[in-house]
Design a protein around this ligand. Structure first.
Ligand code: SF4
Length: 84
């Protein structure tokens, strides 16, 4: 299981800067990949399930995959797809 970022993300990059495994991308506003994206994503293959990002997210955008609200369930696949 991994944590998942949803469309409530406001791209403040706090989670990306705090993630111990660099699982969150783009990593900063200066990353060229950030242009045009509406949110950040978590790589499920890199996430160690610590929950730190969810606890510090200012917009309540991050959930454990098995705790995603029903209307946000599609974001598990969207996060994974970003890294494929
Ligand atoms: S749960 Fe931990 S390892 Fe996974 S993305 Fe969040 S801060 Fe990184």
């Amino acid at each position: 299981m991994a944590y998942v970022i949803t469309d409530a993300c406001i791209k403040d990059y706090i989670c990306a800067s705090e993630c111990a495994t660099a699982a969150i991308a783009p990593a900063s506003a200066g990353d060229p990949a950030a242009a045009g994206l509406s949110q950040l994503f978590i790589n499920p293959d890199e996430c160690i399930d610590c929950g730190n990002c969810a606890s510090i997210c200012s917009s309540g955008a991050i959930f454990a995959e098995d705790e995603l609200p029903a209307d946000k369930a599609q974001f598990a696949a969207k996060n994974k797809a970003y890294f494929n």
